[in-house]
Design a protein around this ligand. Structure first.
Ligand code: 8ZB
Length: 482
């Protein structure tokens, strides 16, 4: 491994690197940190992401956020302003060329979209629009706006969007590599995200709070809660070290109500535990729940039911924010109307759950106990591998399969851990791979899977896993034999 470590980037080295980063595309020349601070300082309070999160957290509210992004500034403004009445905070989903730093192709997409009169990109190419284009966008909106993407090297994207008044930035060195890229070394993406976090740290030091949100759901496919929790905690620790203060940790809906509620409740507690243990006290932690990230039913009514189950769980567990899906999920980038439909269904469910008692059950407590035991076991080994350094520990852990994300494309991920649902649809481990879980936890997983196998009169096998991956889009939670 190179000289990667979890220490705050040196000021002179950061400034030198910044000079290179800003040369990545012509629009980089438009970035000036002093101007960026003025733009952020001038943002009215209702456009500040950190303020929206802090207020929601204090009042026990849950914010709704859609996904949206098109090629051109004017069209993107119209889209976001069409969504704004139905949500609390706004997104800007970045196109796939920009996520891979392919700005020349993004430019071609912009030019062709202009000629065609319709968006030919699957998101908003913020780097190409530059500080000036992004500022026009932020100024035309009435709510806080976040950059949402999937970029292993997001340094230039962060420079440009934060200089333009975006007040939240999604992603992380693990969560925007392992599920999104194939050949990017983990030490490289972690280092590039240390830069993004350090940039946010500089804003914080100047009195401007920028929200940071690691990408919780990872591959969105049968991810056991402990796997995404460990990534969230690692990326939280990496971000705090660089000076981030406002952090939102995410979790993607898995489908079993007790397990999902347990996952959200344990996430906050576990993160606070590791952050405080590492000596951090000056941070504000919130949570985000992602509605189902796996395959959706084609049918819009069925898709709406999936959306509503997520809304119920998120609100029961008091997530600070929900990322809302649309009834078009199975078919691609949603229309404005489909996006509004997802938000309206979610709002209705959130409102109906809001005044209700906190649901508690021995099942939820048991799931919390299991998740906590799993997270502690893996974190202990990561810290041991890294000699106390989580950046080194994370790289070594992925290489050894101590950390393993199911169904991830990255070469840096071993891919031996295999999940499967139990008889109640909770996610268990069919094959633990090299992840060092305690014997009693492994026995628990085995028993739960055996119970399902008996009910289905078949042996646990990879067929079960395949059936589970398809189940929700085929209208069930558990992939039972026909
Ligand atoms: C990892 C995120 C995947 C989700 C949605 C997909 C999926 C992607 C856009 C978008 C609205 C876009 N998504 N790009 N939604 N506008 N440009 O992100 O549908 O749900």
């Amino acid at each position: 491994m190179t000289d990667l470590n979890n220490r705050r980037l040196d000021a002179a080295a950061f400034d030198a690197e910044r000079g290179e980063v800003l040369q990545g595309w012509a629009t980089g020349a438009g970035v000036c940190f002093a101007d960026a601070l003025r733009v952020q300082e001038a943002l009215p309070v209702e456009k500040r992401f950190a303020v929206a999160l802090a207020e929601a957290d204090a009042q026990g509210h849950t914010l709704l956020q859609p996904r949206a992004g098109v090629a051109l500034v004017r069209e993107h403004v119209a889209l976001l302003n069409g969504l704004s009445p139905y949500c609390d905070v706004l997104p800007t989903t970045i196109d796939a060329y920009t996520r891979h730093n392919r700005y020349a192709e993004a430019q071609e997409g912009i030019d062709r979209s202009r000629a065609a009169g319709t968006s030919l990109l699957n998101g908003f190419p913020a780097v190409n629009h530059g500080v000036e284009g992004c500022r026009r966008l932020v100024e035309a909106l009435e709510k806080p706006v976040q950059v949402r993407h999937g970029t292993p090297d997001a340094r230039l994207l962060a420079e440009i969007t934060l200089a333009a008044g975006f007040s939240s930035f999604e992603g992380g060195g693990i969560s925007y590599n392992i599920p999104y890229a194939k050949h990017v070394p983990l030490e490289r993406s972690i280092r590039h995200w240390q830069y993004c976090d350090r940039l946010v740290g500089r804003f914080e030091e100047a009195g401007i709070s920028i929200n940071r949100e690691p990408f919780g759901p990872l591959t969105g496919t049968l991810v056991p809660p402990f796997v995404s929790h460990v990534v969230a905690i690692l990326e939280g620790l990496l971000a705090l070290e660089q000076g981030v203060k406002c952090i939102t940790l995410g979790y993607g809906q898995a489908g079993n109500v007790a397990q999902d509620i347990a996952a959200l409740r344990s996430l906050r507690r576990l993160a606070n535990h590791y952050f405080l243990n590492a000596g951090f006290t000056d941070y504000r932690l919130t949570t985000v729940f992602h509605q189902w990230m796996g395959g959706f039913p084609e049918d819009e009514s069925q898709a709406t039911a999936v959306i509503c189950l997520g809304a119920l769980v998120a609100r029961q567990a008091r997530a600070t924010k929900i990322i809302v899906k649309t009834p078009h999920e199975a078919s691609g980038v949603p229309t404005l109307e489909a996006n509004q439909a997802g938000l309206k269904a979610t709002r209705q469910m959130v409102n109906m759950i809001s005044d209700q008692n906190r649901v508690d059950s021995p099942d939820i407590q048991m799931e919390i106990d299991v998740i906590e035991a799993e997270v502690h076991a893996v974190m202990r080994e990561i810290l041991r591998l890294g000699g106390g350094d989580v950046a080194r520990g994370a790289v070594l852990a992925f290489a050894a399969g101590v950390m393993d994300v199911p169904f991830a494309p990255a070469k840096a991920n071993l891919g031996k851990l295999t999940p499967v649902r139990d008889n109640h649809g909770a996610i268990r481990l069919f094959d633990v791979g090299n992840v060092p879980l305690p014997a009693d936890v492994l026995a628990f997983h085995r028993d739960k899977i055996a119970e399902r196998a008996r009910a289905e009169r078949r042996d646990p096998s990879f067929n079960m896993v395949v059936d589970d991956v398809r189940a929700i889009s085929a209208s069930k939670l558990v992939g039972r034999p026909a």
